[in-house]
Design a protein around this ligand. Sequence first.
Ligand code: 3H9
Length: 695
Amino acid sequence: MTDINSVTTLTREGDIAVVTLNSPPVNALSANVREGLTEAFNQAIASDAAAIVLICDGRTFIAGADISEFGKAMTGPMLPEVIETIENSTKPVVAAIHGTALGGGLEVALGCNYRVAVPSAKLGLPEVNLGLLPGAGGTQRLPRVVGVEKALEMITSGKPVGAKQAAEMGLVDEVVAEGQLREQAVAFARKVVAEGRPLKKVRENDEKLAPARGHPEAFEAFRKANARKFRGFLAPEYCIRAVEAAVNQPFEQGIQTERQLFMELMMSPQSAAQRYYFFAERAAAKIPDVPEDTATRPIKKVGVLGAGTMGGGIAMNFANAGIPVTIVEVKQEALDRGLGVIRKNYERTASRGGLTAEQVEQRMSLLTGSLDMNDFADVDLVIEAVFERMDIKKDVFGKLDAICKPGAILATNTSYLNVDDIAAMTSRPQDVLGLHFFSPANVMRLLEIVRGEKTSKDVIATAMKLGKQINKVAVLVGVAHGFVGNRMLARRQEQAQGLILEGAMPWDVDKVLYDFGMPMGPFAMGDLAGLDLGWVKEESRGETIRDVLCEMDRRGQKTGAGFYDYDENRNPRPSPVTEQIIRDFMAKKGVEPRQITDDEILDRNILPMINEGAKILEEGKAIRASDIDVVWVNGYGWPVYRGGPMFYADQLGLANVVAKLKEYEARYGAAFKPAALLEKLAAEGRRFADLDKAS
Ligand code: 3H9
């Protein structure tokens, strides 16, 4: 065995040379790995070995370029050069893949002559998720292996394919037995040698490109079909152009085009935001005072109180993860309705091919309905999703305290209320916390985990782990009205409501936020959620626009009208009725409508949110600025290519943010008074990101 460097070894299995990488955690292509690969391949090629196998130790094959190196000065050989060394080998090279071959990792594998993989392996080009394109030949080689259509799909979606599917596409030459990758890859290499197969390089095979030549309309159709999904993003369009180059240009020129497009993306603010976000999401999983090895409590059975939309959605998460759930409701009718809705949801997924009929039944069999809270006696975790009123929640927690076994975790799904006040109703506040799911709870990935004053560390560790298990992005937040997400949203809502009483129409406000990249604006969102959410007819005094709309039975999409009018397909139209209501309101208040610019609309929606984010940090209600961004990207559709509100503020420059807030404060008052932390950072020329680095 030869140690090439600290992360690369070269060994022999008889006549086969084996290059092994071992660079935890994911064998990313750091300078060290690139150097090791180059040297190992040079030596193996020069040796008398008949063929070469490339394999990785640890949990995965190469998971891509080392993202932490991006934006810094590069040292060592560049990845395309490394791949060229491998591709120019005079003897066959076999990539042996387990775990994930992603991005630059798959590009290395495409530089090999053959690829073998274990069934659990996944192969993909996820660069688009980082605002990039595969920049080491991936856009030129993948279409040569799997054809243009499949390559476009893989590259622009970033979604990996499993080994079996990869084999069907021709991306993997042989699927080998799990746990026997090394032996099987060596055996495969021997077979190639024994059969005297010609040394074919991916770059030389243009066969699968031919059908796309002279058909630019196919690319146009692809753009059109995905326009909604790609809206606002730069990278997917660049990916398409690179694949077009693969089709229309000779390989060498295509590689140049790819490189140029890659470099442009690499310098773009969008990619900077998306790369930041990649690490932000991973940072959120780390809690400074709860070490990663904190013992967790086993969660083998869950209870959910309430079978409404929220409770049902929450229960589905656990059934999806194979954890049995007891759902308790007050009335049989409500329980039946709730379970019926869950079944319908699963059946809808099944009808689209997402689940088999057996899987639907299997998941339903994990859900047990009951009318008796005493059935929570044996659960390890109970989540209440009852009506959002403190007296009701307090009553529920008193009961749960009496019923649940010692050590069971008691969680509230409240969106606003004080978790400490709820915990105080129990004899075990250390076992109480908030698990704030977002609607629809079976779809939305965000989970705010609310840490009460007395919540114990092992309960937090358990909740964070469980969050991952049920495929959520969990963010730990502190007790405050609306926690992180809704607290910031409230500031935006105040401004949006204010703007429509000064001269902007709801659709004017919505358009600015939509164009900024949000999936919809506040008024379209209100119509979707239902304007009568939390509205009580008997108490309505026509004091707000919403009151008037609801009194007219314009309660949003479900009644065919709200702020907007809707056609039978729920397409919105600006509503003359709403406009008149707003005008009447203004007239009554003696307000003269004025022209409000799009810039002001954007500032007034976004700046108070950033300011509130600063207050949240000041009060220690979020651990990091980047955690706030994770909340907004996952829970509220903040465009990931803008990183999140706090990253966006850093990009605007905090001094500019403070200056603008002061300008608006002078015009509109205290709602715009800059938070002390924001003023301090701005004065020191620092960013929110600097706080995170220090933590
Ligand atoms: C690329 O390849 C560009 C090329 O086309 C062109 C170049 C010229 N770099 O996610 P986890 C860290 S772009 C650096 O928690 P999992 C991660 O931060 C790249 N670090 O584990 C974390 O660190 P920590 C294309 C990386 O099991 C630790 O590894 N590739 C990288 O849930 C564990 O990660 C991608 O976009 C990296 N590439 O998931 C793949 N990857 O423990 C990105 C991971 O300190 N990676 N880390 O927090 C992934 O999708 C997942 O990490 C993976 C494992 C599926 C591999």
